[in-house]
Ligand binder design. Structure first.
Ligand code: XMP
Length: 317
């Protein structure tokens, strides 16, 4: 007999009591968990919640601007930080997936720490940790886990010395969505597919350049907006595109082309632990493929990933 209304009332009261007049800092990701956590804390303490949303240059096309805008509409006190160059610099030349993840985690912590320092007398760090994250706290995934793994390296970033507040840590994902819905958070945030912390960096096989990010953003945008237009977005658990370093021959008019292959990945899943590839209609795939090849310079071939997890993972890196 859990209801979202009761949960919200009780949690907001508890947060008021716990935090009082202190300042809180929270990193928004554009995802469901951090957004709902922010709204709960915002309801409790208002402008004393300082949200930080970092543009790591690895987000989807227009995502930083769009999401920042919806956060502002939600009344959140949010600062958007353009840190694209810092991430690109740290990633330059790295090809190993784990090294890429580590570099991204490291830069994120630096940027976040710098920003947290600018909030005078901040006392708390809020996180959107949910119950499955608590159970899986040994997992190496997710920004909070990245922070945890840096815990042991010594020289803790200053924001890690803050007291931690995690209002969602007893909830499952569907309960978080219910709470979000009751709080009237935008459906485009609540219904959003999961998106990995390292973003497009793990969907560009090999080294990252801003040019490759731009190509992948265009491809991904065509795929995702067609999923939405066709009403297929909500039937898929997660979807995205992968830029492969493979080049193949094609023809365009009477010209021979030699350009990159992109892969499309869409899966059904309950929790991401296992997954099956989505049986998207052939006609849909045909349209998306044509649009990508016609519009995106540098791509002349599209393939569809028909691997299930296990043994394949959802991401390619
Ligand atoms: P895999 O590829 O392991 O992905 O089947 C399972 C789910 O986890 C996401 N994922 C990540 N999320 N940091 C994240 O925050 C990461 O490094 C990372 N790697 C994978 C993936 O998008 C999928 O939802």
């Amino acid at each position: 007999d859990w209801t979202s209304e009761q949960f919200i009332d009780a949690t907001v009261a508890e947060l008021k009591e716990q935090i009082g007049n202190d300042k809180v800092v929270l990193g928004l990701s554009g995802g469901v968990d951090s957004s709902v956590a922010a709204m709960l804390i915002h309801q409790a303490i208002g402008k004393n919640l300082y949200c930080i949303f970092v543009d790591n240059g690895l987000l989807r096309k227009n995502e930083f601007e769009t999401v920042l805008d919806s956060y502002k509409h939600m009344g959140l006190n949010v600062k958007g930080v353009d840190a694209k160059e810092k991430f690109y610099t740290a990633l330059a030349g790295l090809t190993d997936p784990e090294q890429k993840r580590k570099a991204i985690g490291r830069v994120f912590i630096e940027v976040f720490d710098d920003e947290a320092h600018q909030i005078e007398d901040v006392k708390w760090l809020a996180q959107g940790t949910i119950y499955p994250d608590v159970i899986e706290s040994m997992s190496v995934k997710g920004p909070s886990a990245t922070i945890k793994s840096h815990h042991n390296v010594g020289g803790l970033p200053d924001f890690m010395k803050l007291k931690v507040v995690e209002p969602l840590k007893t909830l499952f994902k569907d309960e978080v969505r219910l709470v979000g819905r009751t709080m009237e958070i935008d459906e485009t945030i609540l219904g959003r597919h999961p998106f990995p912390g390292p973003g497009l960096a793990i969907r560009i096989l090999g080294d990252i350049t801003p040019e490759k990010v731009q190509v992948l953003q265009q491809v991904d945008h065509i795929f995702i907006s067609n999923l939405k237009k066709s009403g297929l977005y909500d039937e898929v658990w997660q979807a995205g595109a992968i830029l492969t370093p493979v080049q193949s021959v094609g023809v365009m008019g009477d010209e021979r082309t030699y350009e990159n292959v992109v892969a499309l990945r869409a899966v059904t899943s309950i929790d991401g632990m296992t997954a099956d590839w989505s049986r998207l209609p052939y006609e849909f795939l045909a349209d998306v493929s044509n649009e990508i090849i016609n519009k995106v310079k540098g791509v002349n071939r599209v393939v569809y990933d028909i691997s299930s997890k296990p043994p394949a993972t959802i991401e390619w890196e």
